[in-house]
Write a protein of this length. Structure first.
Length: 277
């Protein structure tokens, strides 16, 4: 079965501090899952265990039926691509082209296959004009897409994006939205860590909320935004549309602009009928 499973997974730093404790989570291939919550909740540690960068000290993490403790990080990362929050922690080649081509070359793919993968990743991320630049000579927001393109070129079955909208403008966010739609059409699992609830609402049906090194909620986005206790505990802000709907007295499951517009039109229609009667 193609899925990631965290089974009572815990991770402890060498200092003795527990980063996460007893995480139980199953993510099937093709899902889009957002992991949200306060800083220090354990979100990044959780996804690093999925990617093989961290091995659980208790419990198990399984990727497509394989115990991650029995494989190298490189072997797990071939399936589970992870884009760091800060691209500067990931990028090390002298040109954007070479950064994207690095892993296909490392995998000893043919020159034709490598260049095809580079071209596809560049098209998906919109960074064509920067192909021959040094990555550190281009804006931070574009550098984030270089890091994404480098992972796309490995053709992972699971794609983890850590705070992808941080530092992005509207154009960058729209590019991310298009990229996620494409990945889902290819049955690639997309997992994100994000504080951007508008981005989460736009792209992810399932949300996992964490606080105090544990999972407090796992369910549909509408259910999370209706759960004030979890929102407070995890320090999560509702999307702007949901907050506006609250102020207007509408149900908590309104999270999109079209939903709010429809509710307003419906209310106006009722008002007209009452006035005419």
């Amino acid at each position: 079965m193609n899925r990631i499973i965290l089974e009572n997974a815990s991770f402890q730093y060498s200092s003795g501090t527990w980063a996460v404790e007893n995480l139980n989570l199953t993510i099937d291939q093709g899902e889009a899952v957002a992991i949200v919550g306060q800083n220090g909740a354990g979100k990044t540690t959780a996804v690093k265990m999925m990617n093989g960068l961290y091995k659980p000290v208790k419990g198990r993490v399984w990727v497509n039926g394989v115990d991650t403790r029995e494989k190298t990080t490189a072997q797990i990362a071939a399936l589970v691509g992870y884009v760091f929050q800060n691209p500067d922690d990931q990028i090390f080649n002298a040109t954007v082209h070479d950064e994207i081509a690095y892993m296909p070359r490392y995998l000893k793919l043919s020159d034709v296959e490598t260049e095809w993968r580079v071209a596809a990743a560049v098209e998906l991320t919109g960074i064509g004009p920067y192909l021959n630049y040094n990555p550190f000579d281009i804006p931070y927001s574009i550098r984030k897409f270089v890091a994404i393109a480098a992972i796309l070129a490995t053709h992972p079955r699971y794609m983890i994006l850590d705070e992808p909208t941080a530092g992005q403008d509207l154009i960058g966010t729209r590019t991310l939205n298009r990229l996620i739609r494409y990945l889902r059409s290819e049955d690639v699992t997309v997992i994100t860590i994000s504080h951007d609830m508008e981005f989460v609402a736009e792209n992810f049906e399932r949300v996992v909320a964490m606080a105090h090194r544990r999972i407090l909620f796992d369910g549909r986005m509408e259910e999370l935004f209706a759960n004030d206790a979890v929102l407070r505990e995890c320090r999560i802000k509702k999307p702007q549309i949901a907050r506006l709907a609250d102020l207007l007295g509408y149900p908590p499951d309104i999270i999109f602009r079209d939903q709010l517009r429809q509710s307003l039109l419906s209310q106006l229609g009722k008002g007209e009928r009452l006035w005419m009667n």
